[in-house]
Design a protein around this ligand. Structure first.
Ligand SMILES: Nc1ncnc2c1ncn2[C@@H]1O[C@H](COP(=O)(O)OS(=O)(=O)O)[C@@H](OP(=O)(O)O)[C@H]1O
Ligand SMILES: Nc1ncnc2c1ncn2[C@@H]1O[C@H](COP(=O)(O)OP(=O)(O)O)[C@@H](O)[C@H]1O
Length: 196
C-alpha cells in the first residue's frame, strides 16, 4: 500500500452485485499468437453471453493500445506493463460485476500468473487459443507476418519475440482445422457453467 493512501470502504460490495445480477463475474483471459483467433472468439463468446443476459465487456488491443496504453511499444518491458495495466483494469470491471473478456497475446507466463493472482484464482479463466504459427502466418489477417518476415516489424511474437505456451490453461482451444462455431461451442460448454 502506498503511504497516505487509505481506500474507502464503500457500502455496495461485490456480493451485493452478484446477488442482484444473478451470475458470478469472471475474467476470461484469451492468450495466443497474433492471428490465433483471440479477438474472433472473444467477440463471438461475448455476443453469446450478452444475449443470455450477462453484463460483459471486451478489452483488446484496439481499445487499449490506442488509448490507455498508447505510450507502450512491443519491447518486453512494455508488454509486461501492458498486461499489468490490463489486469488492473480487468480487476475493476470484475469488481463492478462484469464478465470481462481480454484478448491480448500476453506472451509471458509470469504476467498471466500475476493477472490471475490479482483478480483471484477463482475469478480467472485462462483460455489458450492454440494455433500453430504456420496457420497464423497463413491466415495473416492483418498482413503483419509478411511484414515481420520482411524485417519491417522488429520483436514480432513467434518470430523474434517469445510466446510462452500456457502449461495448464483452464480451457484449451485448438483452432487449426476447427470452425469458429466449433471453437465457440467448446467455450460455451466449458465456461458458462463456471458463471452460474
Ligand atoms: N511486434 C509485434 N508483436 C506482436 N504483435 C504486434 C507487434 N506489432 C504490432 N502488433 C499488433 O499488436 C497486437 C498485439 O498487442 P497485444 O497488446 O496483444 O500484445 S502483448 O500482449 O503486449 O504482447 C497484435 O494483435 P493481434 O493480432 O490481435 O494479436 C498485432 O496486430
Ligand atoms: N476456430 C477458429 N477460431 C477462431 N478464429 C478462426 C478459427 N478458424 C479460423 N479462424 C480465423 O482466424 C482469424 C483469427 O484472427 P483474430 O481473431 O484477429 O486473431 P487474434 O485476435 O488472435 O490476432 C480470423 O480471420 C478467423 O476467422
Amino acid at each position: 500500500m502506498q503511504e497516505n493512501i487509505i481506500p474507502h470502504d464503500h457500502a455496495i460490495k461485490l456480493e451485493d452485485r452478484v446477488r442482484k445480477n444473478g451470475y458470478a463475474p469472471k475474467l476470461i483471459w484469451f492468450t495466443g499468437l497474433s492471428g490465433s483467433g483471440k479477438s474472433t472468439l472473444a467477440s463471438a463468446f461475448e455476443v453469446y453471453l450478452f444475449n443470455q443476459g450477462y453484463g460483459t465487456y471486451i478489452l483488446d488491443g484496439d481499445n487499449v493500445r490506442s488509448g490507455l496504453n498508447k505510450d507502450l511499444d512491443f519491447s518486453d518491458s512494455s508488454r509486461v506493463e501492458n498486461i499489468r495495466r490490463i489486469a488492473e483494469v480487468s480487476k475493476l470491471f470484475v469488481d463492478a460485476g462484469v464478465v470481462v473478456l481480454t484478448a491480448f497475446i500476453s506472451p509471458f507466463r509470469a504476467d498471466r500468473a500475476q493477472a490471475r493472482d490479482l483478480v483471484g484464482g477463482e475469478n480467472f479463466i485462462e483460455v489458450f487459443v492454440d494455433t500453430p504459427i504456420e496457420v497464423c502466418e497463413q491466415r495473416d489477417v492483418k498482413g503483419l507476418y509478411a511484414k515481420a518476415r520482411a524485417g519491417k516489424i522488429p520483436n514480432f511474437t513467434g518470430i523474434d519475440s517469445p510466446f510462452e505456451t500456457p502449461e495448464h490453461p483452464d480451457v484449451h482451444i485448438r483452432t487449426a482445422g476447427q470452425s469458429v462455431e466449433e471453437s465457440l461451442k467448446e467455450l460455451i460448454e466449458q465456461i458458462v457453467p463456471k458463471l452460474k
